[in-house]
Design a binder for this molecule. Structure first.
Ligand code: SF4
Length: 411
């Protein structure tokens, strides 16, 4: 099983400028027209899905007043005219009707910015960050990339109006405070059925001006994922490589609570964070009782994590005890808690209720050993960046019998 990529190459004809387009099937075009998009769009924002057979059957379809055409196979006949036309994808599954795609002249790469029906869609805000976490999967870049704000505002218009979750991430999204607030307001207006989850280090929320801004925004389905890596400043500031960060994040968390925001605490499990995990669980319960959910997350072995392998790597088999203590401490006190990103064969049966299939579809991978495993449908598997030096000695495919016994002892 492999993940579905978020980009692929096409043969692209007549592309003069960068474009963001909504792929739409002929049936949808006839039945719904522009209503297939959640926001304010024009026919020129649509990319009509036109299989080669349909095109051969009725070449006049090319006179429809849309922004372009996408043929998901090789063309069997030459195309006339000056309209935008994508054809012959390198990987046929990557782009489908309903998706929103981006492309630029002089490149054959087509990026999927929104995938219909997926719960892993993301508005990417910026590559910039004010922390430099040891395990950052996407190392920050010090660049001016305000253009993401405009692209995201446009992307929101082109999405389906459906109920899937939508993430907002970076970098640190709060660095572009006004842009973020504008995007959240637009999500509320155009995509009211989607719940929004923003990942932020929480430091800038120490500015109390956010309280009024978020209270005024009053988004009904907005939550924040904020990391806290320790019950003390020294350890947390070391993990995020920023002195003063612990204090700022805590002030930020209290301000978010004042603005009645829904808060999730995220802890990446590593050699730095697991030894004091039970103490961190106590700290969360005593000091941040308003937190709605605690996510204890296996590490993603990419970006800066690769550089800091030695400082970070601990075999999950070797932190089962503190993990178990932390999970049950929180669970027994009514604080919802989950384990993310850990393969099921590394989660003891008594913790398996808490394990979630949490890895986004486009970067989720199962290794060769998993192919014979009866747990594969229930397992979070691995990140696509997985390599041998991040592999636990406990990876062990389960037979049907072993998996039934595992599931039974979980009850
Ligand atoms: S061997 Fe089975 S339980 Fe272990 S990671 Fe693979 S699918 Fe999951």
């Amino acid at each position: 099983m492999t993940m579905l990529r978020k980009d692929t190459h096409f043969e692209i004809l007549n592309l003069a400028q960068p474009r963001l387009l909504k792929v739409i099937s002929l049936d949808e075009f006839i039945e719904q027209g522009l209503a297939v998009c959640a926001g304010d769009v024009a026919f020129s924002d649509l990319l009509l899905w036109l299989p080669d057979a349909a095109l051969q059957h009725d070449p006049n379809l090319l006179s429809l007043p849309v922004g372009g055409f996408l043929t998901p196979e090789r063309l069997t006949a030459q195309i006339q005219g000056t309209h935008l036309h994508l054809h012959s994808p390198k990987e046929a599954d990557v782009v489908q009707p309903g998706d929103v795609v981006a492309m630029t002249p002089d490149s054959s790469l087509v990026r999927v910015l929104y995938r219909r029906g997926s719960d892993s869609n993301l508005l990417f805000m910026t590559d910039r960050c004010n922390s430099l976490c040891l395990m950052c999967s996407q190392p920050p870049k010090d660049i001016d990339d305000h253009w993401h704000i405009e692209e995201n505002l446009r992307l929101i218009d082109l999405m389906d109006a459906g109920e899937e979750n939508l993430g907002i991430s970076g970098g640190e999204p709060t660095l572009y405070r006004d842009g973020l607030l504008e995007i959240l307001a637009k999500c509320k207006a155009v995509l009211p059925r989607k719940s929004i989850h923003v990942l932020s280090n929480g430091r800038l929320f120490k500015d109390p001006a956010w309280i009024e801004a978020l209270t005024t925004l009053n988004h009904p389905q907005l939550s924040w994922g904020i990391p806290l890596y320790a019950d003390n400043a020294t350890d947390h500031d070391h993990v995020v490589q920023a002195s003063g960060a612990f204090s700022e994040t805590l002030q930020g968390l209290y301000n978010l609570a004042r603005a009645k925001q829904i808060i999730e605490i995220r802890v990446v499990l590593s050699l730095q964070t697991t030894p004091r995990l039970p103490e961190l669980a106590h700290y969360l319960f005593r000091n941040l009782p308003f937190v709605r959910h605690v996510a204890l997350m296996g590490i993603e072995s990419t970006g800066l994590a690769r550089k800091h392998h030695e400082a970070l790597w601990i075999d999950p088999l070797d932190y089962q005890e503190p993990l178990s203590q932390a999970v049950y401490f929180l669970f027994n006190r009514g604080m919802p808690v989950s384990i993310y990103n850990l393969p099921l064969c590394l989660v003891p049966a008594h913790l398996s209720h808490f394990a979630r299939q949490s890895i986004s579809d486009w970067k989720n991978l199962f290794i060769d050993a998993c192919q014979q495993c009866a747990a594969i449908e229930h397992c979070s598997g691995f990140f696509k960046s997985h390599t041998d030096r991040w592999q636990s000695r406990g990876i062990q495919p389960m037979s049907t019998k072993a998996f039934s016994a595992y599931a039974r002892s979980a009850c």
